[in-house]
Design a protein around this ligand. Structure first.
Ligand code: PEP
Length: 259
């Protein structure tokens, strides 16, 4: 029997929310969470960091950002530095989400520089990797995710055990199409091996989340896979009952016997 890693369930609100909706959502989450076994985070739009920081104060919910600048300060209009995020108690920052790679042209190198900046400020980067449908159909999934992760390992090798990885097949994000547990497990296993090759035993504690239309109905099966250490949840993280059910599934998966 091996030890269960502490799973992480992180919500990605994307560009959604209002002061009123956030208050209702976070209050419902805080009210519905009694000391979860897994870690829980919500990655919120930057203008709401302060609001959610106070709403989630003294709760099990950690605060996350959806991006972080690769630069420390200066003439980078529209960006937020890791130092600024740190001032608001941010614990996690998503980097390299496919929407940033796609709409903002973020390269593997840029994503890696963002991860480095987060790490330097004690913020855990949630590094997203994942293939498009076209890449999957062309048999390029392994090559794509390995290339994306390799860039981050290359620049952050010395503290790679501090990162979280999220495997998010682009074709499954916001589409209602989920990778099967077997498809996801196969890629997670590959990423695990890559991390192990880079960092040896230090890699054992790195959490690899699955993201892509994870919801209350499919979470348990995905989270039961040996190399799926949690979820990055978009749409379903905006509905308190659904997000709470996914957290319950993660708690349950951690207490299940493991061969
Ligand atoms: C995401 O935005 O990271 C995500 C996984 O979205 P969804 O759960 O809506 O597919």
């Amino acid at each position: 029997m091996t030890m269960h890693k502490k799973k992480l369930v992180a919500g990605n609100w994307k560009m959604n929310g209002t002061l009123a909706a956030n208050e209702a959502l976070v209050k419902a989450l805080v009210g519905g969470l009694d000391s979860p076994a897994c870690d829980v985070a919500v990655c919120v739009p930057a203008p709401y960091l302060s609001q959610v920081q106070s709403l989630a104060k003294d709760s099990a919910i950690a605060l996350g950002a959806q991006d972080v600048s690769a630069h420390a300060s200066g003439a980078f209009t529209g960006e937020q530095s890791a130092g600024m995020l740190q001032e608001f108690g941010v614990r996690y920052a998503i980097v390299g989400h496919s929407e940033r790679r796609q709409y903002h042209g973020e390269s593997d190198e840029a994503v890696s520089a963002k991860a480095a900046m987060a790490l330097r400020h004690g913020i855990t980067p949630i590094v997203c990797v994942g293939e498009t449908l076209q890449q999957r159909e062309a048999g390029q999934t392994d090559e794509v995710v390995k290339r994306q992760l390799a860039a981050v390992i290359h620049d952050n090798g010395h503290c790679i055990s501090e990162i979280v990885v999220a495997y998010e097949p682009v074709w499954a994000i916001g589409t209602g199409k989920t990778a099967t547990p077997e498809q996801a497990q196969a890629v997670h296993h590959l990423l695990r091996a890559q991390l192990h090759h880079a960092a040896g035993d230090h890699a054992a504690g790195i959490r690899i989340l699955y993201g892509g239309s994870m919801n209350a109905a499919n979470a348990a099966q995905l989270l039961a896979q040996p190399d799926i250490d949690g979820g990055l949840i978009g749409g379903a993280s905006l509905k308190a009952p659904d997000f709470l059910q996914i957290i319950a599934a993660a708690n349950q998966a951690m207490s299940a016997p493991r061969a």
